[in-house]
Design a protein. Structure first.
Length: 168
């Protein structure tokens, strides 16, 4: 194997972060908890846990429409971490389904139900079924910072060069 590459099958497993999950009262306990699609997936798939009156027919999302989709879950994310809600690439590519505030952030002190703010950027109506995978949850470390006000900043090669300043 070339120098600098790691064989994924023998790579050390990362340290695990524990997520405590509680199902919301009235949610369907048959809907799977967040899980990875493959052992090395970065995100945990989140599923729609629709209200009882929508479970059979699902929810139609018209082109341009946005809707908060319930997951039926509350998550206890440890201090020093955040949950990022990201779109599923297959839904985005095949149907134009995305997340409005992508990535959405779940702060470590939030204890309410996780909702997914979906938007249909496609040309056709999209049906969200009960139990469908609708988003990904990625747990990321958050660094604490100290804010220092100053009169100047350090200089760099780029300095104040903005959009497009490093090439096309």
């Amino acid at each position: 194997m070339p120098t600098g590459f790691t064989n994924i099958s023998t790579a050390k497993e990362p340290d695990l972060v524990t997520l405590t999950i509680v199902r919301v009262k009235g949610s369907d306990p048959e809907v799977a908890l967040p899980e990875r699609a493959t052992p090395h997936s970065a995100g945990l798939d989140l599923r729609a846990n629709l209200e009882k009156d929508n479970r059979v027919d699902g929810i139609l999302l018209a082109p341009g429409e946005r809707r908060l989709i319930p997951t039926g879950l509350k998550i206890d994310i440890p201090h020093g971490y955040e949950g990022q809600i990201r779109p599923r690439s297959g839904l985005a590519f095949k149907h134009g389904i995305s997340i409005l505030n992508s990535p959405g952030t779940i702060d470590s002190d939030y204890r309410g139900e996780v909702g997914i703010l979906l938007i249909n950027l496609g040309q056709k109506e999209f049906s969200i079924g009960h139990g469908d995978r609708i988003a990904q949850l990625v747990i990321c470390k958050v660094e604490s910072v100290t804010i220092v006000e100053a009169d100047t900043l350090s200089t760099t090669m780029r300095n104040e060069g903005g959009f497009g300043s490093t090439g096309s």
